[in-house]
Design a protein around this ligand. Structure first.
Ligand code: FAD
Length: 745
């Protein structure tokens, strides 16, 4: 063990976070079935998966026998059945978003291709799981259960086919080239459909025997689009196509398949009705995929979090041993700490770690939220069905529930003594009101975690790789960090790249119901800041206020030419604001998870020894992350608020035009350029009388005084964040690690 003497045992991070700590932070301490799932997924990840990667299994595009053998490991370990209901052959009752998130996290700790391979089966079945008829669920979802001893059936292995060869479906999911026509429809019989679909980049296609495919009607007798279930063995063409020449996730199978098959109309996902001689699918393809991606994107986000957190130990091991070859003897700082003597290397690892924590916190919160939302969504669907409400009528009824949800949020934000408790209890008892509240959050948290965890996560993986020097970009890099960096880019791309998530956020983050809750969160962070100033909650609360102010401002403001700022075509405004929100959400959730650890951890005697040190270290990481988030939000907001105004009178003689004359004279000699050699155009006397600097500041703050004040406050609240970083960095030099990683390299 690499143990270096501790000075203050109670407040020093002694070991890397244990399972007990993670169970509390990610709120599954009392769910033993999930503890077991984590252990068995870890066994597969750090056993057969890691061995295959170490043996060069990622060096081929083909679906090899060795890769195929992983499927059996997934089946044997319970990974495959984790997504199934107990009556379908599964073993976890109730919603499974958190379970699948933990599973993806464990597998991606070693290899996200393996995680994707296992989860793509769920993705293939998800349209049926979410929108399928009971018969479809029974046949296909139950059919995916691993075979029991003595059973003789073909196990369903599914793939999801939405993306098509260019120039058809990609980010724009409506541009379907895949077509469905009526092939045969005898009086009174079930129609037979002809389905033509070409896929691009379809995961699991090297071995899948069932495909859920998105197609559009090419027949006046079929209305709109739908998803259909295709089976290997259906009459016609079932061509798996060529393997994709991926640079990433090579332990999953990806192909460009071609299908031209005849299938019964009962294969339309969710069924259909017949009206006036026309087949009307119960769900369009976009309705199905919306229900699917909403959940599966969260697990993708967590794959990148796992990579970042998995990088911490290998980097520490590498850094500490790096200088042992020279003259330093054991016990000397050079020998024991190696690169860890250098502040920058430590600070960068702190950034990697805090990003990994914040993204994991955000992802697991989103997963738990969907676990809460799932049963409520079923109740909502049943309620609408009972009242026979569809389309506009259903939307109208749900709008009423949203108004009540808003009332509830407002009631709950009043001081305790002033709340109408009776009315609040009445509203809280209505599952549809609760659904509306949580739905508005899920609509933000899901795209936020997919966008930020993977997009910013990929950038931070590059940082992790850089800390390993040349090894970082070799196959021999401990922890497979080079591959993980590249893999993170795929996670940012598939199931909708960043642009898709930003588009969605630009709509959902303006929901009044969400914003009402966001306002409460600002108060929550302010009150936390007074109890726990070391978390950076104060800076975060101010950054949240600044973001909210900016969002309100741009919704009414116009640019220098009078064009609206907040508009769907103005991605230069909406997208950065979406990004900025993600920083806030992730940092906030990290703080809340650490508060949970501090509170609940105290109840666990097994944690008595190291808890205070871990909490103290995590508080410092929270501070680092909150400050970084505040900085990012400040930058984005300032660019948007000021950046669409035209700079006043910019002329050659006033390259320092942003300083008024008085400022220039006071800055003389203080900043480069304003010195004797630059007098030719910085001499204050050369700024003409008509220059706006003479009349007042170059930048007009008229109407923006509040913004300027908030920004100044935000900067002031960064107090102590670098001290927190120094402390966290020092902890990295002292924390105990293993002698070697627990998986092969
Ligand atoms: C290894 C792998 C596995 C995959 N598995 C599956 C699978 O199992 N099933 C499946 O159906 N698909 C799968 N995909 C496809 C994946 O989901 C798509 O590649 C992805 O959604 C993006 O589509 P595209 O590649 O056509 O990008 P494009 O649509 O060409 O977009 C390219 C880029 O253009 C920009 N852009 C596009 N539209 C907009 C916009 N409206 N606003 C702003 N910017 C925009 C964005 O920067 C975007 O990233 C997989 C892909 C890969 C690489």
């Amino acid at each position: 063990m690499n143990v270096i003497a501790e000075e203050k045992p109670s407040l020093t991070l002694t070991t890397l976070p244990s399972d007990d700590i993670r169970q509390i932070m990610w709120r599954f301490a009392d769910r033993y079935e999930l503890h077991m799932l984590v252990q068995s997924a870890r066994g597969v990840a750090r056993g057969p998966v890691a061995r295959l990667v170490a043996a060069g299994g990622r060096n081929s595009h083909e679906w090899t026998a060795e890769k195929n053998a992983l499927l059996q490991h997934y089946d044997d370990s319970g990974i495959t059945a984790a997504s199934l209901e107990p009556e379908q052959g599964g073993y976890i009752a109730g919603p499974k978003n958190l379970a699948l998130a933990l599973l993806a996290f464990e597998l991606a700790w070693v290899d996200a291709g393996a995680a994707t391979g296992s989860l793509a089966g769920n993705l293939g079945l998800a349209p049926i799981h979410e929108r399928g008829t009971p018969e479809q669920r029974e046949k296909y979802v139950s059919g995916a259960a691993p075979l029991k001893p003595g059973e003789n059936r073909k196990q369903v292995r599914a793939a999801f086919a939405l993306t098509e060869p260019i120039p058809f479906v990609g980010v724009e999911t409506g541009m379907l080239a895949g077509k469905v026509r009526v092939a045969e429809w005898k009086n009174g019989d079930e129609p037979t459909l002809q389905v033509e679909k070409r896929g691009r980049f379809i995961t699991n296609m090297g071995f899948a025997n069932v495909v859920t495919a998105a197609v559009d009607s090419d027949d006046a007798k079929i209305k709109g689009s739908c998803m259909v279930i295709l089976e290997e063995g259906d009459p016609g063409i079932w061509d798996r196509g060529t393997p994709t020449k991926k640079l990433v996730h090579q332990l999953s199978s990806t192909n460009d398949p071609v299908f031209n098959l005849k299938v019964p109309a009962s294969r339309i996902v969710g069924g259909y009705t017949i009206k006036d001689g026309m087949i009307i699918p119960n769900f369009s393809h976009s309705e199905v995929i919306e229900a699917v991606f909403r959940r599966t994107r969260v697990t993708v986000g967590l794959m990148t979090s796992a990579k970042l957190l998995s990088a911490v130990e290998p980097v520490i091991l590498y850094q500490r041993r790096r200088f042992r070859g020279g003259q330093g003897a054991p016990g000397t700082p050079r020998y024991e700490l190696g690169i860890q003597q250098k502040e920058d290397a430590l600070h960068r690892l702190v950034d990697v770690w805090s990003t990994g924590e914040a993204s994991a916190s955000l992802g697991f919160e989103a997963a738990r939220l969907f676990d809460e939302l799932d049963p409520l969504e079923k109740q909502k669907d049943a309620w609408l069905a009972e009242k026979n409400l569809t389309g506009r009528a259903a939307l109208k009824e749900m709008a009423k529930k949203q108004a009540e949800a808003m009332e509830l949020v407002k009631l709950n934000s009043r001081p305790v003594g002033e709340r109408n408790l009776e009315r609040a209890a009445e509203l809280e008892a209505d599952p549809l009101v609760k659904y509306a509240v949580l739905d508005s959050l899920a609509n933000v948290l899901c795209p936020a975690c997919k966008l930020w965890n993977t997009g910013h996560g990929a950038n931070m993986m590059r940082e992790a790789v850089s800390l390993m020097g040349g090894y970082g970009v070799t196959e021999d890099c401990p922890g497979f960090l080079g591959q993980k960096w590249m893999d993170a880019q795929l996670e940012a791309t598939y199931e909708g790249p960043e642009a898709v998530q930003r588009l969605q956020l630009s709509i959902t983050m303006t929901s009044e119901l969400f914003l009402a809750q966001f306002r409460q969160w600002i108060l929550e962070m302010r009150s936390l800041a007074s109890e726990r100033p070391g978390t950076g909650a104060c800076a975060l609360a101010n950054a949240m206020r600044l973001w909210l102010w900016t969002l309100n401002h741009v919704q009414a403001a116009t640019d220098a030419d009078g064009a609206k700022l907040y508009h769907k075509t103005r991605q230069g405004v909406t997208f950065p604001l979406a990004d900025a929100l993600c920083w806030l959400l992730a940092a906030r959730q990290f703080i809340l998870d650490v508060v949970e650890l501090e509170t609940k951890g105290a109840e666990n005697p097994a944690l008595a020894d190291g808890l205070a040190g871990t909490v103290s270290f995590f508080n410092d990481l929270c501070h680092v992350q909150s400050a970084r988030a505040a900085g990012e939000v400040g930058r984005v907001c300032a660019e948007i608020v000021h950046g669409y105004n035209r700079h006043p009178a910019w002329d050659e003689k006033s390259c320092h035009a942003c300083y008024c004359a008085e400022e220039l004279s006071s800055l003389e000699g203080l900043i480069p350029g304003i010195d004797g050699s630059a007098r030719a155009y910085s001499d204050v006397s050369e700024i003409g009388e008509n220059h706006p600097c003479k009349a007042g500041p170059c930048v007009s703050f008229a109407g923006l005084e509040d913004f300027a004040l908030l920004r100044a406050k935000l900067d002031g609240c960064l107090t102590g964040c670098r001290l927190a970083k120094d402390r966290a960095a020092e902890s990295l030099t002292k924390v105990m690690t293993r002698e070697a990683l627990d998986y092969p390299m």
